[in-house]
Design a protein around this ligand. Structure first.
Ligand code: CTP
Length: 400
């Protein structure tokens, strides 16, 4: 693969990205621009990649590097991609080795932009990004936060670990093309908390790993992703808008706000089904006589059921999750089918949680039931792998 580096201060972060690529066994050719070398020198790239580094088309001319490097790549990722590099790529300019490589590459291309907010929002950059996306280039949305100097805003390079995950997703298979480009998807993740007092809550064991894997996979397929995360301690996936919530009530508000513009909603979160009737404004104290307070609970709204019955956006695909154990009333699959009908969603991802092995585990296995009668078995594997199959099922049902 090729790691292109354009001339921005975030070039130093790409050293870590390069390390991750080489440590996971990728053969990486680094192609910095001349400006990138002002920030990080060629010896650093050469040492970390174990290969010579060139920026111009005049080095080792007999090997025709300006054509060969792009032609032989399985993936080209440019991080950081500056406004200038994006403009050149959009217009097919080729005045150095990296821009030549972008013109000759026929493999997937991922650009991770980093620049000041004004540059990212400028109509010229917006148009260039739109052109590249139309051509199938995956342009990751920059993160928000501290920029060079004291200012903050949109334009930060996403964390190298998360850019790495996007590239792994893109490399993971031929079906994961940018088939969700132009789509807005909403994913929920994590477990909600229902407070008893300012310090105590009722919660659950959901880690958010499956929801985050879904968000990552959708972003890598070109979707605009909103991730509503309830109490998740994981880094923001690259290019994903993360909205943090705590309670089921807050989760519901954010879902209802985003649903009208969402082509797909995947409810991977575990919202608490019940909340205390009374929430104490002060910390509940132990009583002198040793008696414990009695908790009265009330049922929370079922968000999945609500959005599935309201259908504010016709044609949107709604996906629920079900953790089942099977009991006297039915097998895991029978209970899953009944739940699919009760909830009114289009797809239900049914996990057998009999052994309790799903929570916090990197792995998962499931059956994806469709309201159309379909059933897709997903054998035990990574949560990323299950996420891919879920998006395959969603993509197959989305209308033009
Ligand atoms: N869900 C929701 N709102 C709730 C509870 C759950 O939207 N208040 C969603 C979850 O995100 C998940 C699905 O519903 O997609 C899980 O269904 P749920 O009925 O909560 O499953 P169980 O808790 O197993 O339900 P039951 O006790 O009815 O079997």
């Amino acid at each position: 693969m090729v790691l292109g580096v354009a001339g921005g201060i975030a070039a130093y972060k790409s050293c870590e990205l390069l390390r991750r690529f080489t440590e996971s066994g990728h053969d990486v050719t680094v192609v910095p621009t001349a400006a990138a070398l002002e920030f990080v020198g060629a010896p650093t790239w050469a040492a970390l990649s174990g290969k010579p580094v060139a920026t111009d088309v005049w080095t080792q001319v007999h090997e025709v590097p300006h054509v060969r490097i792009g032609q032989s790549a399985d993936l080209v990722v440019v991080a950081p991609a500056t406004a200038d590099l994006i403009a050149k790529a959009a217009h097919g300019m080729a005045d150095d080795l990296l821009t030549n490589t972008l013109l000759t590459a026929r493999c997937p291309v991922v650009l991770a932009p980093a620049m000041h907010t004004e540059m990212w929002e400028h109509p010229a950059t917006r148009a260039n990004v739109a052109t590249l996306r139309e051509r199938g280039v995956l342009v990751i949305e920059p993160a928000e936060g501290r920029l060079t100097g004291a200012d903050t805003g949109k334009g930060r390079l996403p964390e190298p670990a998360e850019i790495f995950e996007v590239c792994q997703e893109v490399l993971s298979g031929a079906t994961t093309s940018a088939d969700l480009a132009g789509r807005h998807v909403l994913v929920t993740a994590g477990g909600t908390r229902e407070y008893l007092d300012p310090v105590r809550f009722l919660g659950n064991r959901s880690s958010g790993l499956q929801g985050y894997a879904l968000a990552r996979a959708a972003a890598a397929r070109g979707a605009e992703v909103t991730l509503v995360a309830a109490n998740v301690a994981l880094p923001d996936p690259a290019g994903v808008k993360v909205v943090r919530v705590e309670t089921t009530g807050e989760l519901r508000e954010e879902v209802l706000a985003a649903a009208p513009s969402a082509d797909a909603v995947v409810m991977a979160a575990a919202p608490a089904d019940f909340r205390p009737v009374d929430v104490s404004g002060a910390k509940i104290k132990k009583s002198a006589d040793g008696s414990a307070p009695e908790l009265r609970l009330t049922q929370n709204p079922d968000i999945l059921h609500e959005i599935s019955t309201q259908r504010v956006r016709p044609g949107a695909i709604i996906v629920g999750f079900a953790a089942e154990t099977g009991d006297d009333t039915g097998t895991v699959l029978e209970l899953g089918r009944a739940k699919l009908a009760r909830k009114g969603c289009d797809l239900l991802v049914v996990n057998d949680v009999g052994g309790g092995a799903v929570f916090g585990s990197p792995d998962n296995e499931a059956v994806i039931l469709g309201a159309d009668g379909s059933a897709v078995d997903v054998p035990r594997g990574s949560k990323a792998a299950l996420a891919r199959v879920i998006w395959d099922e969603v993509a197959a049902r989305l209308q033009d």
